[in-house]
Design a protein around this ligand. Sequence first.
Ligand code: FAD
Length: 390
Amino acid sequence: MPSFVPTDPLGLDELLGPEDLAIRDTVRGWAADRVLPHIAGWYESGELPGIRELARELGAIGALGMSLTGYGCAGASAVQYGLACLELEAADSGIRSLVSVQGSLAMYAIWKYGSEEQKQRWLPGMAAGELIGCFGLTEPDVGSDPAAMRTYAKRDGGDWVLNGRKMWITNGSVAAVAVVWAQTDEGIRGFAVPTDSAGFSAPEIKHKWSLRASVTSELVMDDVRLPADAVLPGVTGLKGPLGCLSHARYGIVWGSMGAARASFESALDYAKTREQFGRPIGGFQLTQAKLADMALELHKGILLAHHLGRRMDAGTLRPEQISFGKLNNVREAIEICRTARTILGANGISLEYPVMRHATNLESVLTYEGTVEMHQLVLGKALTGLDAFR
Ligand code: FAD
């Protein structure tokens, strides 16, 4: 009989092959060296210094566009990509966001819908982390209902002229290329916009209390003139951005469990050493109930992520199933972080421990890539056959 391992109570590591474990260890090691020693300071100052160097290092370990094939991408499985997301988010959701937006949104859009020329131009540099990408869908007045977007691209001779605003765009101010979704006379189209184009600017959004170690920006496009070949030729309509979002949301199913794991492990350690009333607080039944419930949701969540990963690798994963995973895992992750915070008492609010940072990060994760309510509506529609969106 194998022994009980507190960090892997269900023996889920047995689901992983040697290559999966090697990738996980590489990413975990990178995050331990390059993120964990600094993250509290970055979070406190509300910045991600050295983001370009971090991106190049992430490129060097194959983490950018990891599950894409060709163009310098690693061609990893969906499960391996998920494991990487979990390890990165165990360090900080901001680092996982950098990687998700780069790989699953900006690179994926170009890889899936771009011309061969666009792929050759952007993807190798993005896979190497030399070029950072962002993905502009949300606008100041348009979030959950992207069909209502106002950003507009109009044909002018052989060119396109792009006007509009995008809001809350991860990596925006440091991006070399912005994948921007816009209305056109033909329906919604995607554009690969070089960020040095005249009329394009990306001021950073400050005063965030969540994802503080992440660059979040507004994209301002005033008469940005683009050549005809800036449009992504492979898709028209909302299914373009939604296809990218499915890929990114899948990574969040895993990533959120990383934030939960870090908070759980912090609370478990603390409960074993912090003494009150003459004994470790982990010896009190109420603390044990919290720890047991946290472990249940954490490892059920990882098992769910793994199941979805296998379906993605088999080509059978449906968007409703991604909604299932994102809804469940982010909601449970934030609950785990909040419970961990209570176990740490006053220390729980300090940046000396990771739990409050993870909890506040997850407030963003709960909202981006489809809010809780949007995923409830997706599942509600799939269950009942009735559309309650509008
Ligand atoms: P709204 O859509 O205005 O929703 C507000 C509330 O109303 C929510 O609770 C919502 O669920 C609810 N609601 C809306 N419609 C309904 C309905 N029909 N029924 C019930 N409830 C409803 N976007 C990008 O395009 N690219 C990025 O890189 C990016 N990065 C982000 C980074 C951060 C840190 C954050 C916080 C956001 C980011 N976003 C990004 C934006 C994010 O995707 C949006 O915030 C999200 O889609 C929700 O849109 P909204 O904030 O406009 O909220």
